[in-house]
Design a protein around this ligand. Structure first.
Ligand code: SAH
Length: 356
């Protein structure tokens, strides 16, 4: 028997083809697609008959991630979900409330192979890629569970999105569909540790999403020590790619810089970063807007890294600003529920192993 198709991974056109293949009229796709994206399984749809539902379930499956654990911050209403996928693997998503609306941070892989030294998600390596349906499923399941309308997405959860390129691109298309969730590309950010070949491929697609680059250091020695990917694509290669991306898409790039006490948070490091960005990305005639998001590192017990103090963070930001670079300090949401990614999945897996 052929593997069943994943309903959440299909475009409206593909759903039409699937319906035709089981002898159903293709117009039913228009009735079914919006409901799938509201979180309804075919069995729950009241606008299609029993026969259609039965035919559909023979050739296709609807797997919405299940809420396995849910933590709600008493401080700011941030909700952290641990979702269980159809094969039992778990990923995390975080629902964040901002003044301008609700944004969800989703995972792109089960685990991660990038090996960044400060990150909890990569400790056990990559288990597998998520499918486009599972990427979308996190948004739909969170919207259904919370009853909220989600207006923005950040791909900053577990995994390296560009290491799961095809599924991510399909997901971006699906989540943008007016018949579905209709989330605008401009409200979607994708964060990468710097896979240059994939950034070039993404630029070719010309999607007006926001690209975030995890830079975290301004010299190769420091960056290679905390981010193994730097040995493949060093800082010069990465920034040249960013420049091409900007020239091609016209979209501003945002840089993430995690501040680790004693490693990359000195005044000299800030000066070096400012110089590097200004020299690599700006010329006298071209002033690319540059934005750096400073993130005091979330302490993960296995890594031993410590977050920089408030004074050091502010001083770092001030040096960037003085050099014409916009710097923001990441507001910590859900600090009482350990809302940064990778830690809940790890902790739950450890607890389950202990109770076995
Ligand atoms: N793989 C992608 C996206 C996932 S991580 C990437 O590397 O960009 C999202 C952001 O959180 C990245 O900037 C990542 O470097 C950062 N990050 C990971 N672990 C962190 C920690 N313990 N404290 C602060 N930021 C962290």
């Amino acid at each position: 028997m052929n593997e069943k198709q994943e309903l959440l991974a299909l475009t409206p056109k593909e759903l039409e083809e699937l319906l035709l293949s089981v002898g159903e009229p293709k117009y039913r796709a228009g009735q079914i697609f919006p409901q799938l994206h509201k979180g309804l399984a075919p069995e729950e749809m009241t606008n299609i008959g029993k026969v259609t539902r039965a035919k559909l379930s023979e050739v296709a499956a609807y797997h919405l991630p299940k809420v396995k654990r849910k933590l709600v911050s008493a401080l700011d209403g941030t909700v952290k979900y641990l979702f269980e996928l159809a094969d039992g693997n778990c990923v995390e998503s975080v629902l964040m409330r901002y003044e301008h609306g609700i944004t969800i941070c989703i995972s792109s892989q089960v685990g991660c192979n990038m090996g960044c030294k400060f990150c909890a998600s990569t400790i056990g390596g990559k288990v597998r890629n998520l499918t486009a349906g599972e990427l979308l499923g996190q948004v739909i399941a969170a919207a259904r569970d919370s009853g909220e309308t989600i207006g923005g997405i950040v791909m900053m959860g577990i995994g390296e999105p560009l290491d799961n390129f095809d599924a991510v691109v399909r997901f971006l298309d699906l989540v943008n569909r007016p018949e579905g969730l209709n989330i605008g590309y401009r409200h979607i950010s994708l964060s990468t540790c710097g896979l240059c070949d994939r950034i070039d491929r993404l630029a070719e697609l010309g999607l007006p999403i926001t690209l975030s680059i995890s830079l975290h250091a301004a010299d190769d020695e420091t960056r290679s020590a905390i981010m193994p990917i730097n040995k493949k694509y060093n800082i010069a290669a990465l920034l040249a790619t960013c420049k091409r991306y900007f020239q091609k898409t016209g979209r501003r790039i945002s840089f993430e810089y995690t501040l680790i006490s004693g490693k990359n948070d000195s005044r000299e490091a800030a000066e070096r970063l400012a110089l590097l960005l200004n020299r690599s990305l700006r010329t006298r005639t071209e002033t690319m807007p540059i934005h750096v998001n400073l993130i005091p590192v979330n302490e993960v017990k296995e890594t031993g890294f410590q977050r920089s103090g408030t004074k050091a963070v502010k001083a770092f930001a001030a040096v960037l600003e003085k050099n014409g670079i916009r710097a923001t300090i990441r507001r910590t949401l859900g600090s009482d529920i350990n809302a940064s990614c990778g830690q809940l999945r790890k902790e739950t897996a450890e607890q389950e192993r202990e109770s076995e």
